[in-house]
Design a protein. Structure first.
Length: 121
């Protein structure tokens, strides 16, 4: 499969996911973005268009806990960090937006770590 077909399929998958998921004040959206070197997570209230909490492997505080920013261990660290920050702000329930990624590997590791820390999906 050439790269253009892969990109179109990923774009189509992202639109299908976002059509169903929207963050509200009571239940904001936990959005995940991953690149080859890093992983990012943010909790968004779509009614006002504001990011409430964010965490990434590029943060200096979290960078010391991991050797590589693009593996499952780093995703688990980010999942725990985003859940702790969200619980500190008072957010307990979120809807999970996996973006265009399949729910396995790093995305699943992040979600499982956030659930284990106390965030409800």
């Amino acid at each position: 499969m050439n790269t253009e077909k892969i990109r179109k399929a990923a774009r189509r998958r992202r639109y299908h996911v976002r059509k169903k998921i929207s963050g509200t004040r009571e239940r904001p959206r936990l959005s995940v973005f991953r690149s080859n070197r890093h992983i990012y997570a943010q909790i968004i209230d779509d009614t006002v268009g504001a990011t409430l909490v964010s965490a990434s492997t590029q943060a200096k505080v979290l960078r010391e806990q991991m050797s590589n920013g693009g593996d499952k261990k780093a995703a688990e660290v980010i999942g725990e960090a985003i859940a702790k920050e969200a619980l500190g702000v008072g957010i307990k329930c979120v809807c999970f937006d996996k973006n265009r990624y399949k729910f396995h590997g790093r995305v699943k590791a992040l979600a499982d770590a956030a659930r284990k820390t106390g965030l409800v999906f």
